[in-house]
Design a protein around this ligand. Structure first.
Ligand code: 1CP
Length: 343
């Protein structure tokens, strides 16, 4: 197997820097868009063969060093009794947002095998289709990011309802975070048993908090997830955006690799996090919409700042945008591999 990603998670020497992209199995791929004409997102997620097909597309056409399970962070919530829809152009919309203690208390503990058999089957089918070419990344949403969807009911910029509940009703907040972290830890353990090689915890929206609030309201729960995976030998990536001021706290919560977005130079971020963890990121996804020369100059700058240090996983600072030209992505992968080979 191409084990560049695993080696980078362990901060071991690699023959070239591993590259993969968040949302690489999504909308920017014409082959995915074709499948989406006939099936909605949840239909694809519930069909293991289709998941395997979509998940392996970028490996076959872009030479990336990892596949990511085709699923969504919201799906396990269905097993906890949450009803939602994924709406075109919006994202997840929750039917009855969490507003009070009763709502938080009525979430049922996830039973991954009974509630999400199709995801575990998708992992087996994807592993089989990958045929040991590259590792498979499994994932879950971090408790804060999931809580924000549950409380707001949909995507938001300000997180006012989420923070209001967190500040005004800490009892409900802590119960919700406790329920989510317990269920996500079980979910990830089941993904590992089903065959995923690496885990990424997506705390996409936690950057709206300051470090003191992160420490008090989030860290114990994210930490619990990483802690409950410690007896597995699976490597973990802890990702967030807008987290330049939370990096030390995120490291404390856990993860062999910390994800960083583009709002901080990668060398500054790594110095702050410490060289005893690996790092992933930090190209702005919008750069990939520009001319390939600009893509290459931004990439060269990241590689220069990393200085060939062990433990770098090349990625974007957030998900690949739907209108990204596929050729730019293929050229970027080649550029990173060529410029880091035999470093
Ligand atoms: O119908 C569609 O095709 C809509 C787009 C889409 C896709 C391709 C959604 C709706 N989910 C997914 C799959 C998905 N979601 C994957 C697997 C594909 C891949 O990575 O290649 C993954 C890892 C996710 C994870 C996910 N879902 C996150 C965390 C990552 C991130 O980008 O921050 C989040 C926040 C979601 C919620 C969600 N689901 C879908 C959308 C459009 C959103 C984001 C909405 C928002 O901005 O709040």
């Amino acid at each position: 197997m191409n084990d560049r990603l695993i080696k980078a998670c362990r901060r071991e020497e690699t023959d070239a820097t591993p590259v993969w992209f968040m949302r690489q199995a999504g909308r920017f791929l014409p082959e995915y868009r074709k499948i989406r004409v006939k099936h909605d997102l949840v239909e694809i997620c519930k069909d293991p063969e289709l998941c395997a097909k979509v998940s392996t597309l970028p490996v076959e056409t872009l030479d990336v060093d990892a596949a990511i399970l085709f699923s969504d962070i919201m799906l396990p919530l269905e097993g906890m009794g949450v009803k939602f829809e994924i709406e075109e152009g919006i994202g997840p919309v929750i039917k009855k947002p969490v507003q009070n203690f009763e709502n938080a208390n009525s979430l049922t503990p996830l039973q991954p095998k009974a509630d999400l058999p199709y995801i575990l089957e998708a992992i087996s089918a994807t592993k089989k289709k990958l045929d040991s070419q590259v590792p498979l990344i499994g994932f879950c949403g971090a408790p804060f990011t999931l809580a924000s969807y549950l409380i707001e009911g949909h995507a938001t910029r300000e997180f006012v309802k989420t923070k209001r509940l967190m500040y005004n009703d800490p009892k409900t907040w802590h119960l919700l975070m406790e329920n989510l972290s317990t269920s996500m830890a079980l979910y990830l353990r089941e993904q590992i048993k089903a065959g995923v090689d690496v885990i990424q915890v997506f705390d996409s929206w936690v950057g709206c908090l300051g470090p003191q609030d992160y420490h008090r309201y989030v860290l114990p729960y994210s930490h619990k997830i990483f802690n409950r995976l410690r007896d597995t030998d699976t490597h973990t990536i802890h990702f967030g955006t807008g987290t330049a001021n939370l990096l030390e706290e995120m490291k404390q919560a856990g993860g062999d690799v910390i994800g960083v977005d583009w709002r901080i130079p990668i060398d500054t971020a790594w110095r702050r996090i410490g060289y005893d963890v690996a790092i992933q990121g930090n190209l702005d996804p919008v750069v990939l919409l520009a001319d390939i020369d600009l893509v290459k100059s931004h990439t060269a700058d990241i590689l220069k700042r990393v200085q060939g240090r062990r433990g770098h996983i090349f990625n974007l600072g957030h998900g690949i945008l739907p209108n990204t030209p596929k050729q730019n992505v293929a050229d970027l992968v080649r550029f990173v591999h060529e410029h880091t080979r035999e470093k």
